[in-house]
Ligand binder design. Structure first.
Ligand code: GDR
Length: 331
């Protein structure tokens, strides 16, 4: 039985990945930080058999102890402060967890990770935010980075460290440069879920409007369930490498609103959307569009869920959930 250690297991991707790994027969261990972490129970409920280990990406000894205890074949480093807007307000903490956390995890894997015959393989969750003020479109593995937020800067550090550990110590360390990926499990702070959840509440008469920031930025949005498969595929290759994971389609926030409101049966969204400058960012990433040809050719990976299906899926899940809460009288 293969053993996998997942940091960030309580996040959207951690939850999909642990389900995927469990279905493939892995014993999955999730790193959990903090006392009485409320999300920990959710992970256990969803995935019978997942074991939680206490540790923190800020605490190197805890990572050494975790790798020693778990003896993982594969480590998936998904743990991070992942909300770009928050990273402007907590830049140092973001550097600490999203950036230095990668170095600590790599070092723990280098020092105690597996035997010479069976060394631990490492996956780093890199991000399209590293491209920031993009130098070319579409973006590939060779596109230079120009991050636009403390989050993006920290991710560049983590990415470069992963490459450096691969080149310096021969670690089987791969990095997935994942473009935005969403789902019904996406946090409510991210724009897609904020829209589908608010729209469901508008539909049910529980809310009047949605307050948003910049509607002009464009993102290459895929489905998180598809993207975790790419993570796993990267670690099954003989050679470690870096891969862009994206759909090759880009849409503005306006277009997301068009599709979501149409699916919900509205003629237009303008009467329901207000602008709030608090959601604007000090520096914006205007357009992301990924070219995942390398992943398609080398990993045989391609996205399955289309943009329209993604929006529909998220809206319908939110409608169901909000309706259920409404019916049980919690509103
Ligand atoms: P992003 O995702 O920053 O691309 O990073 P997010 O959904 O937060 O923003 C996307 C775009 O929407 C604009 N926007 C708003 N965003 C939010 N959150 N709330 C609003 O009200 C709003 N109004 C407009 C933003 O300005 C931005 O242009 C995500 C994260 O998951 C990262 O961790 C990950 O690395 C990248 O995707 C790939």
């Amino acid at each position: 039985m293969k053993r996998a250690l997942v940091t960030g297991i309580t996040g959207q991707d951690g939850r999909y990945l642990s389900q995927l790994l469990t279905s493939k027969g892995y014993q999955v261990f999730g790193l959990i930080h903090g006392q009485a972490n409320p999300k920990a129970r959710l992970v256990i409920e969803e995935n019978f058999g997942v074991e939680l280990v206490e540790g923190d990406l800020r605490d190197f000894p805890s990572l050494i102890a975790t790798v020693e205890q778990v003896q993982p074949d594969e480590v998936y480093n998904l743990g991070a402060i992942s909300f770009v807007q928050l990273s402007f307000k907590q830049a140092e903490l973001t550097a600490e967890i999203t950036g230095l956390g990668v170095l600590r995890m790599l070092e723990a894997v280098r020092i105690v990770g597996g035997s010479e015959r069976n060394p631990t393989r490492f996956y780093q969750a890199s991000s399209s935010e590293m491209f920031g003020k993009v130098r070319e479109t579409p973006q590939t593995e060779r596109t230079p980075f120009h991050p636009r937020s403390p989050y993006g800067v920290a991710k560049v550090f983590g990415h470069d460290m992963t490459v450096n550990y691969r080149e310096s110590y021969g670690l089987h360390a791969s990095s997935g440069i994942l473009f935005n990926h969403e789902s019904e499990r996406r946090g409510l702070e991210f724009v897609t879920r904020k829209i589908t959840n608010s729209l469901a509440r508008i539909k049910l008469g529980l809310q009047d409007t949605i307050s948003l920031g910049n509607l002009e930025s464009a993102r290459d949005w895929g489905y998180a369930g598809d993207y975790v498969e790419a993570m796993w595929l990267m670690l099954q290759q003989d050679e470690p490498d870096d891969y862009v994971i994206a759909t090759g389609e880009t849409h503005t926030i306006r277009e997301f609103l068009d599709v979501a409101f149409r699916i919900a049966g509205y003629d237009g969204w303008e009467p329901y959307v207000t602008h709030d400058t608090r959601f604007n960012r000090p520096a914006e990433v205007d357009l992301l569009l990924g070219d995942a040809s390398k992943a398609r050719e080398k990993l045989g990976w391609q996205p399955k869920v289309t943009f329209e299906e993604l929006v529909r899926r998220m809206y319908e899940a939110d409608l169901k959930e909000e309706q259920a809460q409404f019916d049980t009288g919690r509103h």
